[in-house]
Design a protein around this ligand. Structure first.
Ligand code: HEM
Length: 336
């Protein structure tokens, strides 16, 4: 009897000791969960490699931090965080890069390519493009002065893309408050996530075409500027964005500290100096939202904490795990 109990004891101990190791050393995420140590055995230097390529790219072009951060949003809101955004058109695939939100706008794909080729040299066909997006978003935020978070890993890459979902799911700058909130809620987010994540507009640029309507014809056909836009700020914007032409000209989303990730974005909203209509509505259309804008404008710390939490939540939207999808060799195309 004592021998049986002793054997059982050793069995339990060995299962408890080796199961996590087997799990961590595996290239396949069988349990369906994402966890930060996913590549610790299969590609231990991966996180450092991603960080160094992102750092190099941001040093060369500070806006790149914003562009890489945005990729996570535009990927995860379309079929989940599966790197479908990175696929170029080919065969039956119509690239999401052609959607309204991405066309002439989404950028950073060359940086993702550079990270991928460095990782393929280090550990071939191991590290997914979807996980590169998630890590690059975090590293970019930190480089711009924002919060850090542990990135759960183990996503796999899709074998298809959806241009129509990209057109439907990603909110547009002229969507109403209710439409934007609904689009977020359909992905499992609440108002707190929406307001905190919109804070990413503390860095990066927007083209005139994304906010021009506010300067000249906010109320469709009445030729009036948006009355929730500060007139002095509007005058500055109209120099860059004349009524005719200049649609691709760029303006900072946060004109006070354009490359610094901070809570200035929320201070701008309270001064009616949000750049996009979708920014300003957070402070003008809903009392609960305004309360959050005020809270984040008062406390960088509370904003940072919530932003990090909501980014992890975003990274968890319908990841492909286990035997679903694949690990692409090249982020722009599916494997043969
Ligand atoms: C709430 C709804 C949102 C709308 C309507 C929206 C819309 C936009 C638009 C129109 C631009 C400028 C694009 C251009 O003119 O080329 C932009 C830029 C940007 N967006 Fe959003 N966005 C939203 C939420 C988010 C979220 C959740 C994130 C990230 C977590 C994000 C990150 C960014 C960044 C960083 C930029 C600047 C990109 C660059 O400079 O390359 N946005 N967004």
């Amino acid at each position: 009897m004592a021998k049986i109990i002793l054997n059982l004891f050793f069995m339990v101990i060995s299962v408890l000791t080796f199961a996590p190791i087997l799990c961590l050393s595996s290239k396949t995420n069988y349990n369906g969960y994402l966890y930060p140590q996913f590549y610790d055995w299969s590609c231990p230097n991966a996180k450092e490699i991603v960080k160094s390529v992102v750092a190099k790219a941001v040093a060369k072009d500070p806006r790149m931090a914003a562009s890489l951060l945005r990729l996570q949003f535009h990927d995860c809101f379309v079929k989940g965080c599966d790197a479908s955004l990175l696929l170029d058109s080919s065969g039956t695939i119509v690239s999401e890069k052609l959607s309204n939100a991405n066309r002439n706008s989404a950028r950073g794909f060359e940086v993702i390519d550079e990270i991928k080729s460095a990782l393929e040299k280090e550990c071939p066909q191991t590290f997914s493009c979807a996980d590169i997006i998630a890590l690059a978003a975090r590293d970019s935020t930190v480089l711009a002065g924002g919060p850090s978070w542990e990135v759960p890993l183990g996503r796999r890459d899709s074998r298809d893309a959806s241009l129509s979902d990209s057109n439907t799911n990603i909110p547009g700058p002229n969507n109403t408050f209710n439409t934007i909130l609904t689009k977020f809620m359909l992905k499992g987010f609440d108002l707190v996530d929406l307001v905190a994540l919109s804070g990413s507009h503390t860095i990066g640029n927007a083209r005139c075409t994304s906010f021009k309507q506010r300067l000249y014809d906010q109320y469709s056909g009445f030729n009036l500027p948006d009355f929730t836009l500060d007139p002095f700020y509007a005058a500055q914007l109209s120099i860059m964005c004349p009524k005719l032409g200049g649609d691709q000209n760029l303006f900072f989303l946060d004109y006070v500290t354009p490359t610094k990730f901070d809570n200035n974005y929320f201070k701008n909203l309270l001064a009616f100096r949000g750049l996009l209509n979708s920014d300003e509505v957070l402070a003008t259309q809903n009392l609960a939202s305004l309360k959050l804008v005020k809270l984040y404008a008062e406390s960088n710390e509370i904003f940072f904490k919530q932003f990090a939490k909501s980014m992890v939540k975003m990274g968890n939207i319908s990841p492909l795990t286990g035997f679903k999808g694949e690990i692409r060799k090249n982020c722009r195309k599916i494997n043969n």
